[in-house]
Design a protein around this ligand. Structure first.
Ligand code: ADP
Ligand code: MG
Length: 262
């Protein structure tokens, strides 16, 4: 599936971003290619959301360049936003609209023909099992159902690049399975998919390639199989993750909790 020789659809070069005194991203380089499902892994606060917001052109870097489909995300952020689908970590969606009204609004913002948007919304809501809640107010939906509506909203304009920040939070097993299959189908069609998670098993299950972030830096990047190994050499991704993030003795922490509650 790797298309050597093709250009990256997402490219970060020497990108830094701070919030006041907090350095959220420090001199990050990254390339992601079409047809890939790329996982961004890291503990809380490691800079995952900041990186995904930069790629989605929601925020701008302090230093360095972010390019999507060859366009500079600072100079051409309106163009980039129209070619990217973004599922934010905490979706701010209009609570007083029904799911159908909200998705129609999103479709009209993107200028999608009504028939096309109805077909896409209907197919996605059948797949994600949201058909029964489409008339309910978005504000009254459970976290998982809101997440599904947010996923539909990010896909309705058929973007080339799909960015999802912790998308599997709140998905039940059936939805997770469908979500995984839909991502694979989109990747096979040449879309670029980038998602974040702090759950190692989810990264292992969803993607072939990933990077591990720690304190605003990419500490490792490559094929999941490079991290996990094969056959007898099979190491848990967890071991690599904890080595990189410096968490060497989880057992001693657990023992500490045990002692405190003895
Ligand atoms: P992750 O998604 O991996 O949990 P984030 O990108 O959200 O990491 O955060 C990286 C760092 O930047 C953290 O230290 C976080 O507290 C800080 N940060 C993120 N967003 C803001 C913000 N809007 N204002 C101030 N600090 C922020
Ligand atoms: Mg985050």
């Amino acid at each position: 599936m790797l298309m050597q020789g093709t250009s990256p659809t997402v490219a970060l070069s020497a990108v830094s971003k701070s919030y006041g005194d907090v350095t959220a991203l420090n001199n990050v380089d990254l390339e992601i290619f079409p047809g890939h499902i790329f996982g961004v892994l890291g503990p809380n606060g490691s800079g995952k959301s900041t990186m995904l917001k930069l790629i989605s052109s929601v925020i701008q870097p302090d230093h360095g360049k972010v390019r999507v489909l060859g366009r500079d995300c600072s100079d051409e952020y309106v163009w980039v936003r129209h070619h990217v689908g973004f599922v934010p970590e905490n979706s701010v969606i209009y609570e007083s609209l029904s799911a159908t009204e909200y998705l129609s609004l999103v479709s009209s913002v993107y200028g999608i023909e009504t028939r096309t948007s109805r077909e896409r919304i209907s197919a996605l809501s059948d797949a994600l099992a949201t058909s029964d809640i489409m008339d309910e107010l978005v504000g009254s939906l459970s976290f998982g159902n809101r997440q599904k509506i947010s996923i539909i909203a990010a896909l309705v304009h058929d973007p080339e690049v799909i960015i999802l920040d912790e998308p599997t939070k709140g998905l039940d097993p059936r939805s997770f399975r469908i979500f995984k299959d839909v991502l694979s189908m989109l990747a096979k069609r040449g879309k670029t998919i980038v998602f974040s998670t702090h759950v190692l098993e989810i990264a292992e299950e969803l993607c072939e390639r990933l990077c591990i972030m720690y304190r605003g830096e990419i500490r490792a990047s490559g094929l999941v199989s490079d991290f996990v190994g094969t056959g007898k050499d099979r190491r848990r991704l967890e071991e690599t993750f904890f080595r990189i993030t410096g968490e060497t003795s989880l057992e001693s922490l657990t023992r500490g909790v045990g002692r405190a509650f003895a």
